[in-house]
Design a protein. Structure first.
Length: 257
């Protein structure tokens, strides 16, 4: 009876036996107490087939990248051609006008570039020359901020693109100023003083009979200015002295209030 108990215990405690075959099969000994020689064959799971990477995704992504790159270049070129010329921290400023005419003031990024800011002041140029001869001159141009609200184009308008200004010279109101486009006459004056980096003088009368001979010769003053941007609604231009001594003789302020 004791022997029978030992045999039963040994049959209960069985061990696994792996048999490797060419078909990758495993044989598991049976735990059946009645017939220990019976084995079960369990076929090992075959590895899942891995799908090859799609060959069409690569060229498709390349085509999309090329299309996006071309679209960006077209938009950049369009924006560059449509946007007006900007100004940097150093600009060229030119005051000019006929002897019996009004003052024109232009700011250029380079001596030969199109003016980014050109206005005509109601002040006679002879009066401005007298003010500058007496000492320092401060010119303030003010426009209304309320006038820029209402349309998206007006709200995105830069300060130098405002069409109308109130003018103050050394604290005294002296009329209005209006933004002008650089026409043939204005461009002719700027081309005439292009080689001049700093100085003042008189240009001779035009000999082509353009109808402005009654206004006399053209007086001009040209110098480099330092541009300081305070905010979206304020900019200042200070005339740079060659010796860098003392305060600037001429300062111009653009304010949107």
């Amino acid at each position: 009876m004791a022997k029978s108990s030992e045999d039963l215990s040994s049959k209960r405690h069985f061990h696994w036996t792996n048999k490797v075959s060419n078909q990758d099969e495993e044989e598991i000994p049976s735990s059946n107490a009645g017939d220990p020689d019976i084995t079960y064959k369990v076929k090992a799971p075959e590895p899942a087939a891995v799908a090859p990477p799609s060959t069409a995704a690569g060229p498709r992504r390349k085509l999309q990248a090329i299309a996006v790159s071309r679209m960006r270049s077209v938009l950049t070129a369009f924006t560059k051609n449509r946007s007006p010329p900007g100004l940097g921290p150093r600009v060229i400023g030119t005051l000019f006008g006929h002897r019996r005419g009004h003052v024109h003031f232009a700011f250029q990024k380079e001596p030969n570039s199109e003016p980014a800011f050109l206005v005509e002041l109601a002040t006679p140029i002879t009066g401005l020359v007298r003010e500058m001869a007496s000492g320092l001159v401060r010119i303030a141009l003010e426009c209304d901020k309320e006038g820029t609200v209402g349309t998206m184009a007006a709200e995105r308008r830069r300060l130098a693109e405002e069409p109308r200004w109130r003018t103050y010279c050394n604290g005294k109101k002296c009329g209005f100023a209006a933004r002008r486009e650089c026409g043939a006459k204005e461009w002719k004056v700027l081309k005439a003083v292009e080689p001049i980096s700093m100085g003042a003088g008189v240009l001779p009368r035009s000999e082509d009979g353009d109808g402005d001979e009654k206004d006399g010769e053209i007086m001009y003053m040209r110098a480099k200015f330092e541009r300081v941007v305070g905010s979206r609604d304020s900019e200042a231009f200070y005339m740079m002295n060659p010796d860098s001594n003392g305060a600037p003789e001429l300062s111009i302020y653009l304010l949107r209030v």
